[in-house]
Design a protein around this ligand. Structure first.
Ligand code: PMP
Length: 479
């Protein structure tokens, strides 16, 4: 009783799973283990996922995780898109064991090792030849955000400029430079000293088009606006050191621009002499149906930021860029933990398997299958306002069909219902992510190894969850 009273209110809300619904399959209730209660007491108020996914994890295998009460879940969060091969893939475990059993060095700063050379070779073999030929690589501190910081330093040093161009809805990480490029205001609202001179540009979010147009026309106008901004001698914006964007936005709500838009951005930045930084921390390494999402558009960036999947479930982050930009000084982006040998071995094994087993193509066809299911559900449930994404990076924007509509005729977001669907999925043994504007986008990011029957299972659980969530939210809203 005493412990319960000390529980964080948000965790309590997550544990309160609402009214009974008629369900098939799992119907898990979450009362919170002693460790979960301990977590709520001692872990920082800044903790995030446990608030909505109150699980104590015990085992993990493939696309599944098991909690401390022995319940199995399909993991469509997958470390926020990190686990391309799922949990504990045998090839990844073997690579890690090989290093451990061979008494190889585990910590090497940025000194050369066999594991490092193998990783570089695997990564460069995965990149389009046109990009790999003239590329240089910088190993960074082991998080995506540190690689973003490195990319900023790289282009600012190379161009001698400081202004950066970034996009509405962008997510690049939580360190100061990366935060300055972020669309969401939440994490930076109370912070002073963001890097100055960041110009935010409209990303082609068709469903909530910043120009009120949507579709190809919205993208065309957006490109025109950006081009004009860069070319107009009186735009008031200083020439930029670089433009950074996610080739497919993840945290911003799973937004995939067309190939035409990406080609347009490539042309505009090239003509303006502004290095183009593509952040593929989340959308890279096969997730969108190509090894790199920029390949859908047949373009190459000047700078590529990678993390998450490249470490094969262990922390690793790199920047790969054109050698002409390699003008920073020795030590310009140092860091103690840039030599994570286990991650390099696990990452090389992951890249190899993805390439050899054509998992990017598999992700494309599984993504199509899942999107097909979600679109079919959308026809039955008006609350599923928009189904979108690329490959196995999918999102469903949840709306209130009876709420106010915007100038495009799209109803307002319904974060309460989105959260209820996520909760109801969890009760049925499916972990999905919530993100996007107003936390109203359900995000499905399964490991790339997911099989067709498992995709069907995800869709079936999702359907049951929508039904139950609608009953739950109705009673909250109208009682
Ligand atoms: N860029 C993108 C596109 C991301 O999705 C993320 C993490 N979600 C990051 C950068 C930051 O990576 P990390 O959390 O490892 O710092």
């Amino acid at each position: 009783m005493q412990i319960e009273q000390r529980l964080d209110p948000l965790l309590t809300a997550a544990l309160d799973l609402g009214p009974e619904a008629s369900l098939r399959g799992a119907d898990y209730r979450f009362t919170g283990s002693a460790r979960l209660q301990h977590q709520a007491q001692v872990e920082s108020n800044a903790r995030s996922y446990p608030r909505r996914i109150p699980l104590e994890l015990r085992r993990a295998e493939g696309i599944h995780v098991q909690d401390s009460e022995g319940r199995w879940f399909i993991d469509c969060l997958a470390g926020a898109g990190t686990l391309a091969l799922g949990h504990n893939h045998p090839a990844v475990l073997q690579a890690i064991r090989g290093l451990l059993d061979g008494k190889r060095p585990l910590h090497t700063l940025d000194l050369m090792t066999e594991a490092k050379d193998d990783f570089i070779n695997e990564l460069f073999a995965s990149l389009p030849a046109e990009f790999a030929r003239d590329a240089r690589i910088q190993f960074c501190g082991p998080a995506g955000t540190d690689a973003v910081e490195a990319a900023l330093k790289l282009v600012r040093t190379a161009t001698g400029r400081s202004q950066m161009l970034a996009f509405h809805g962008a997510y690049h990480g939580m360190t100061q430079g990366a935060l300055s490029l972020m669309g969401s205001l939440g994490p930076k609202r109370y912070l002073d000293g963001m890097i100055s001179g960041v110009q935010m540009l409209p990303y082609p979010y068709g469903y909530r088009c910043p120009f009120g147009l949507g579709g190809a026309e919205g993208e065309r106008v957006g490109l025109h606006y950006i081009e004009n901004q860069l070319k107009d001698p009186e735009s008031g914006v200083l020439p930029a050191a670089g433009m950074i964007l996610e080739t497919v936005q993840g945290e911003g709500g799973v937004i995939a621009p067309s190939a035409d838009w990406l080609r347009g951005i490539r042309r505009i930045t090239r003509e303006a002499g502004v290095p183009l930084i593509l952040d593929e921390v989340q959308c890279g390494i096969g997730r969108t149906g190509k090894l790199f999402a920029f390949e859908h558009a047949g373009i190459v960036p000047d700078v590529l930021v990678l993390s998450k999947a490249i470490g094969g479930s262990l922390p690793l982050a790199v920047v790969v860029y054109h050698k002409d930009l390699d003008r920073w000084q020795p030590g310009a982006h140092a860091g103690t933990f840039r030599g994570n040998q286990l991650a390099m071995a696990a990452g090389a094994a992951t890249l190899k398997i993805i390439r050899e087993q054509a998992l990017a193509e598999h992700a494309a066809s599984m993504g199509e299958r899942l999107a097909g299911h979600l679109c079919a559900l959308q026809r039955d449930y008006r609350q599923l306002g928009d189904v979108r994404g690329r490959g196995l990076m999918l999102g469903v924007e949840v709306v209130d069909p009876d709420g106010p509509v915007d100038s495009l005729g799209h109803p307002a977001a319904h974060p309460q219902l989105a959260a209820a669907i996520q909760r109801q999925c969890l009760r049925r043994g499916l972990i999905i992510e919530l993100g996007g504007r107003h936390s109203s986008v359900l995000r499905v990011l399964p490991p790339l190894i997911i099989r067709a029957e498992e995709v069907d299972q995800v869709a079936e659980i999702f359907m049951g969850a929508i039904r139950a969530a609608l009953m739950e939210v109705k009673s909250i809203t109208y009682e």
